[in-house]
Write a protein that binds this ligand. Sequence first.
Ligand SMILES: Nc1ncnc2c1ncn2[C@@H]1O[C@H](COP(=O)(O)OP(=O)(O)OP(=O)(O)O)[C@@H](O)[C@H]1O
Ligand SMILES: [Mg+2]
Length: 221
Amino acid sequence: MIKISSLTRNYRAGKEIFKAVDDVSLSISDGEFVSIVGHSGSGKTTLLSLMGGLTAPDAGSVVVDGIDLWSINDDRLAELRNSKMNFIYQFASLIPTLTALENVLLPTMFSKQKKMKKDAARLLDEVGLADKAGSYPAELSGGQQRRVAIARAFINDPKIILADEPTGDLDEDTEAEILGLFKHMNQEYGITFVIVTHNSALAAATMRTFRMTNGRIVSIT
Ligand SMILES: Nc1ncnc2c1ncn2[C@@H]1O[C@H](COP(=O)(O)OP(=O)(O)OP(=O)(O)O)[C@@H](O)[C@H]1O
Ligand SMILES: [Mg+2]
């Protein structure tokens, strides 16, 4: 599903070149549920955005479902991103002037796929927010906003979910619920999950864990 070969991404810090991701190769199979762990600054977010075609590599390749992301044009890359994958970001990014339900529906407005409000309502129900469909982000707690963002990630029937600390600021109970939801989506619909986390319990619950240090994968467990 995702095959990364000798991937490197540099950032310039003054005159120095800094390798945020340094010669990383790995493969993730269709339907796998994996995690990426490592200290702050080890390159986890950079690796995730390289996998999702949001950041261009300086060297190496990212092949998703047989397509080399950086050999196709921008339009096709955008289309591939919309049709196959979805991101859950480190910080919930909801549109403040839209209700929870409208935020979940947002991705469907840019695609040809006509998704029913029913799907959005069902997803809100699955994240435990059936009664908050009409609420605006400002009326929701941080954890509830996070859950709306999680519901939104599933609206376009993605094949791959790339999540950057999706449960970072949630309490343990909500975190366990979200993890349960991810597992359900993984088992029921075969969605592939790549999750960056600082949470060792969450990492332990995944099929494989990649540990990063200084831009490199140092172990796979
Ligand atoms: N746009 C950028 N410009 C310059 N340097 C960057 C940029 N993005 C990331 N970096 C640097 O690359 C390194 C890896 O950053 P990255 O965000 O991938 O780390 P991370 O493992 O996700 O950390 P955290 O756990 O704190 O989120 C860091 O040293 C960071 O400062
Ligand atoms: Mg990060």
